[in-house]
Design a protein around this ligand. Structure first.
Ligand code: FAD
Ligand code: MG
Length: 365
């Protein structure tokens, strides 16, 4: 009898404890689901496209973000397999192996991107030219074989550098690329931008609204930063070690792409030979610019333009920028009076200069 009374008390105690536990679990779940204090952050880094790619997503649903992140990384791999000159089975390698002897069927995406590259070649008067592939290969910058090419070979590669000779043919059976004999296409100056745009497209489809996509100098931001609203992006200082910034761009929903001679180069007898070539000489461009940053909604355009403006140099870039709509720029040039930073008028408020030794002298446009 005594024993049974104790059991009843014990059962009541257990029941109360169980109800309390359920209540605590319910309350904490409710807090997780409704709490908007700190959003979930997921990030992944990988070596792709010859650089470190890093994607960071923010939101409320970690599982959804993780899935989107996996999809984004797969998308980069898929596009690298189509567009890389270093992958033997890529569309670009197939075109280069055909060496102009026959038209090569490529994916719609490769056809589109080569078309875009040719369009920017035309608009920049050939400062941008994807047929620099022969020149790029001879110099081998960024590889163990980097060196000054034999003049005869360089002359030959130079004579094959002409975007006007590439055809993009759309037929019922698909898209075909036909180059001139011996021509070699290299999309290194535009493809990272395209990949960035495609990743962005995928993330939008996956319902991601806040993201930072960084493909090594090719950045795109989506939505606003969870910390400060605008994303604050440091612009690499052209004369300082990696990670030192000369200025900050405060942006949202744009791509920010920088080209410069300071990261991919080799040095011989005190001379630096970098990876952005002047298609009229076959040599690294003797640009008076040290860094070109383009800010645009479209990353493919920003990538092509950052390379092209570097080759064009300061004066031509300034007059070219006048003709462009919705494209902003930050250009760095060393002048006798010191290092000058040129910023387009519409971007002036979004740019904060950090290096006290540099001067913003002119607002372009
Ligand atoms: P940008 O200024 O944007 O581009 C410079 C690049 O454009 C040069 O490297 C050259 O490829 C090309 N170029 C030079 N001059 C001109 C010109 N006048 N007009 C048009 N194009 C020009 N790197 C590796 O080391 N290993 C790899 O396996 C590798 N794979 C890659 C695969 C893909 C799909 C892409 C897009 C890039 C890859 N890279 C690889 C990196 C590539 O070689 C370049 O270094 C990189 O794209 C240059 O980007 P950037 O932002 O530094 O300079
Ligand atoms: Mg570029």
């Amino acid at each position: 009898m005594k024993k049974s009374k104790y059991s009843l008390k014990f059962i009541i105690y257990l029941t109360v404890a169980a109800i309390a536990a359920v209540l605590i679990i319910y309350l904490s779940l409710t807090k997780i689901q409704t709490g908007s204090q700190s959003p979930v952050k997921v990030q992944r880094e990988s070596y792709r496209l010859g650089t470190i790619v890093r994607i960071t997503l923010y939101g409320n649903d970690g599982v959804k973000l993780d899935k989107a992140l996996g999809g984004a990384m797969d998308e980069i791999e898929r596009l690298e397999n189509l567009l890389s000159v270093n992958i033997a089975s890529s569309d670009v390698s197939l075109v280069n192996r055909a060496s102009g002897n026959y038209p090569v069927k490529v994916s719609e995406e490769t056809g589109f991107l080569i078309g875009k590259a040719l369009e920017w070649s035309k608009r920049t008067g050939g400062a941008f030219d994807p047929t620099v592939g022969g020149i790029v290969k001879l110099w081998g910058i960024g590889t163990k074989k980097a060196g000054i090419p034999e003049p005869v070979l360089l002359q030959q590669a130079l004579s094959l550098t002409d975007f006007r000779k590439v055809l993009v043919i759309h037929e019922k059976s698909g898209t075909f690329i036909k180059t001139a004999k011996g021509q070699r296409i290299d999309l290194g100056g535009i493809a990272k931008g395209y990949v960035t745009d495609k990743v962005k497209e995928l993330l939008v489809k996956e319902g991601v609204s806040s993201a930072l996509i960084d493909l090594g100098g090719n950045i795109a931001v989506m939505g606003s930063s969870p910390k400060s609203g605008k994303w604050k992006l440091g612009l690499q200082h052209p004369f300082m070690p990696r990670g030192e910034y000369f200025g900050i761009a405060e942006v949202s929903d744009v791509s920010v792409v920088t080209s410069g001679p300071y990261e991919r180069y080799f040095e011989l007898d005190g001379v630096k030979y970098h990876h952005i070539f002047d298609p009229t000489t076959g040599y690294p461009s003797q640009s008076d610019l040290n860094s070109v940053t383009i800010i645009s909604e479209n990353s493919t355009d920003a990538d092509a333009l950052s390379t092209a403006l570097f080759v064009m140099g300061l004066d031509k870039s300034v007059s070219f920028l006048h003709k462009l709509k919705n494209i902003e720029a930050v250009l760095v040039a060393k002048k006798p009076q010191g290092t000058i930073v040129y910023v387009t008028q519409n971007f002036r408020k979004a740019f904060v200069l950090k290096d006290p030794d540099m001067k913003i002298e002119t607002a372009l446009q």
